[in-house]
Design a binder for this molecule. Structure first.
Ligand SMILES: Nc1nc2c(c(=O)[nH]1)N[C@H]1C(S)=C(S)[C@@H](COP(=O)(O)O)O[C@H]1N2
Ligand SMILES: [Mo]
Length: 369
């Protein structure tokens, strides 16, 4: 049993003390979170690599101020040798640069009915940056994990209170997950030092997983001999049907596709307006459960296959496109993807209490004139 009491095993008592999902209007607390944690404007789906300023952002507490000269990463706990590495030490190690698509597990939350109260994402909590860093596995090998180590706990320099529990932001991975070769300690985003909001000077990057696993402002890595029970691990990020936990842990990214909204938007409603004629519909699709096998575009309920580009990387999104002969009138456009595990995006909602992993197919209303 975790140290959190049952009353606090509820993700949503934290920001609003509302005690659960709501069908009412957006709250001031949701607006406050939405203003801090911005999404990626969907027109940025045009680019393989998302410019850092357009990448989505999710910070639970405050962005910590870290002076790089005094910062270091401590690796300890159930290891043979404790290791301390500063930024220069990390940069001197072998480096890897790769595009990785990150998505917040709460993406799509505000579209659920009723709406779980938390960061009220619509659909755009995603981005693909080119990340540079050093693989984690060799560092863990140098530290020498004890035979009874079961997990690694990654702790950030930020702290706050959630669900009545005061803690630093911390998440764990099993030893097997942490040893995957693609798991990196990254210090650059798109060829520049990590911006403060994305984890300067160092973050963990767990490709294929929803964003919560990629701990920003990394301060320490601790090998532990029993499962980590921190709030962000044991209480938050679970698929639950009601307030009683624990439910199933949220791990890898569920398959999703999004389209660049065609035409031009109406300022206030964001509804799309465009001229009749052929138009190239474009977008991106991704999954943490395997390659994208198929993307289909639905025009007024009729599904047609899209052309797929080669994926931008093993853990990055795949571009898609389809020509649509737009006829005058009102139209409903959708897109849905299927990955190599056979998972397909649904067109009806699959609700859960924390509003996690809602990958329901996007719907775009278009007026063709
Ligand atoms: N230390 C720390 N790491 C964190 C978070 C946080 O609040 N603190 N938020 C997590 C969540 S929920 C997500 S979705 C990603 C967002 O990464 P980004 O802001 O660089 O896009 O960071 C993760 N890492
Ligand atoms: Mo997230």
């Amino acid at each position: 049993m975790s140290k959190h009491n049952l009353k606090n095993r509820n993700h949503f008592t934290a920001p609003v003390e509302a005690g659960g999902p709501s069908s009412g209007p957006l709250t001031a607390e949701e607006l406050q979170l939405a203003a801090r944690n911005h999404a990626m404007p969907l027109e940025a789906l045009r680019e393989d690599i998302t410019p850092a300023g357009l990448h989505y952002l999710l910070t639970h507490f405050d962005i910590p101020y870290i002076a790089p000269e005094t910062w270091s990463l401590r690796i300890g706990g159930a290891v043979d040798r404790e290791i301390e590495l500063n930024l220069e030490d990390l940069k001197a190690r072998p480096n890897v640069t790769m595009p990785v698509t990150l998505e917040c597990a709460g993406n799509g939350r505000s579209l659920l009915k009723p709406r779980p109260l938390s960061q009220p994402w619509v659909l755009e909590a995603v981005g693909t940056a080119s990340w540079t860093g050093t693989p984690l596995a060799p560092i863990l090998a140098e530290a020498g994990l004890a035979g009874d180590a079961v997990e690694l706990v990654f702790t950030g320099a930020d702290r706050g209170i959630q669900g009545g529990t005061e803690e630093p932001y911390a998440r764990s991975l099993t030893v097997a997950e942490a040893m995957h070769p693609e798991v990196l300690l990254v210090y650059e985003m798109n060829g520049a030092p990590l911006p403060p909001q994305h984890g300067f000077p160092l973050r963990l990057l767990v490709p294929g997983w929803y964003g919560m696993a990629s701990v920003k402002w990394l301060a320490s890595i601790e090998a532990v001999t029993s499962r980590f029970e921190g709030y962000q691990q044991a209480v938050a990020y679970h698929y639950m049907q009601g307030p009683e936990g624990p439910g199933l842990p949220v791990t890898r990214i569920r398959v999703r596709s999004l389209m660049v909204p065609p035409g031009i938007p109406d300022f206030f409603t964001r509804k799309r307006v465009m001229d009749a004629g052929p138009v190239m519909l474009r977008g991106r699709a991704w999954s943490g459960h395997g390659e994208i096998e198929r993307v289909e575009v639905g025009i007024d309920g009729e599904w047609m296959p899209a052309h797929l580009d080669p994926p931008a990387g093993d853990f990055a999104w795949t571009g898609w496109s389809m020509v649509w002969l737009a006829a005058p009138g009102e139209h409903e456009l959708r897109c849905r993807a299927m990955d190599s595990s056979g998972a397909l995006q649904q067109t009806t909602q699959v609700w859960n209490y924390q509003g996690m992993g809602n990958n329901m197919a996007q719907l775009v209303h278009v007026t063709v004139r």
